[in-house]
Design a binder for this molecule. Structure first.
Ligand SMILES: C[S@@+](CC[C@H](N)C(=O)[O-])C[C@H]1O[C@@H](n2cnc3c(N)ncnc32)[C@H](O)[C@@H]1O
Length: 283
């Protein structure tokens, strides 16, 4: 790492991102800042991080901070990312919830950090593939992200050829999307299963909301430990007592919260602590 990457200007940019989103750029990764901000630099006619910081402090440049934060967020996602995790939902979580919510016939699902929509759409496709099983049910999928650009893309529901090919079979592509001059447009009925919201997951959701299933995958990786703990406490408060949390493949809540326990023999599945052992759904 050069002295430049440890300079006050690089730190100011990293602090801005952390203050707005909780995401940290540790010192070893700060060298990437100018490359990641290349579009902002070009648009504003600036060539380095020092100039950017000066501009950020100028009157009338309030929106620039939003642009910088947007550009620094990592929105990497694709359909059915880590497919084995969707198989877990398919094989165990959804059958369990179908049994437990049989009277209510309603499932509340939250995709926290949904990026451009591929994750909630994958879930919607999963439900659609089991249409007969969920006949008469209300499946409410709320998908949130702090990035207004990502949410706008998700709401638009149009994906490039490259994006639809990442994770989808040709059959899925042709079943759920229509090719248009702008790209592959998701079937409006599938899109209508999801309510997109721009939201920081570190801010409490509606306190009366109780989700049966929360997906928060590949979002908390760049939070520091105290912020990750806070996020888990917030997520836990939104979960049904017997609800499920699915983290990313390499993520765990263990040692960061006493409120959630990893479900043995699963990838990234957690349930609230306090659930009677007999009720906890070991797989
Ligand atoms: C790497 S993407 C993961 C997308 C998807 N969950 C997946 O696994 O494919 C991380 C997403 O988390 C969002 N994010 C980061 N910090 C956030 C926060 N504090 N609140 C809500 N979303 C956040 C980013 O904008 C980004 O879209």
């Amino acid at each position: 790492m050069s002295a430049q990457e440890d300079s006050i200007s690089y730190r100011i940019i990293a602090d801005l991102l952390e203050a707005r989103t909780g995401q940290q750029i540790d010192r070893g990764r700060r060298w990437r800042i100018p490359t990641t901000l290349a579009t902002v630099f070009r648009k504003r006619g600036i060539s380095n991080v020092d100039q950017l910081v000066c501009l950020l402090a100028s009157p009338g440049e309030e929106r620039l901070a939003d642009e910088v934060v947007e550009a620094l967020l990592n929105n990497e996602t694709y359909f059915f990312r880590d497919r084995a995790m969707f198989d877990q939902l398919d094989d165990h979580v959804l059958p369990t919830l179908r049994e437990k919510r049989a009277m209510r016939k309603r499932l509340n699902i939250w995709c926290a950090g949904c990026s451009t929509g591929q994750e909630p759409l994958s879930l919607a496709m999963l439900f659609r593939s089991q249409k007969a099983l969920w006949d008469g049910w209300t499946i409410d999928i709320v998908a949130t992200d702090i990035s207004s650009k990502a949410i706008a893309t998700a709401r638009r529901g149009i994906y490039s050829q490259f994006e639809v090919q990442r994770g989808l079979s040709v059959t899925q592509m042709l079943t759920h999307f229509e090719e248009t001059p702008e790209g592959w447009k998701v079937d409006p009925a599938l899109r209508a299963m999801i309510r997109y919201r721009e939201r920081n997951l570190l801010e409490m959701m509606d306190p009366d909301q109780r989700f049966d299933l929360v997906l928060c995958r590949n979002v908390l990786l760049y939070f520091d430990r105290p912020t990750r703990s806070r996020a888990f406490d917030i997520i836990h408060k939104t979960m049904a007592d017997d609800g499920w949390l699915m983290l990313g493949a390499g993520e765990t809540a263990s040692s960061l919260t006493s409120r959630l326990a990893h479900v043995p023999n699963t990838i990234g599945l957690h349930q609230p602590v306090g659930l009677m052992p007999a009720k906890r759904q070991a797989i």
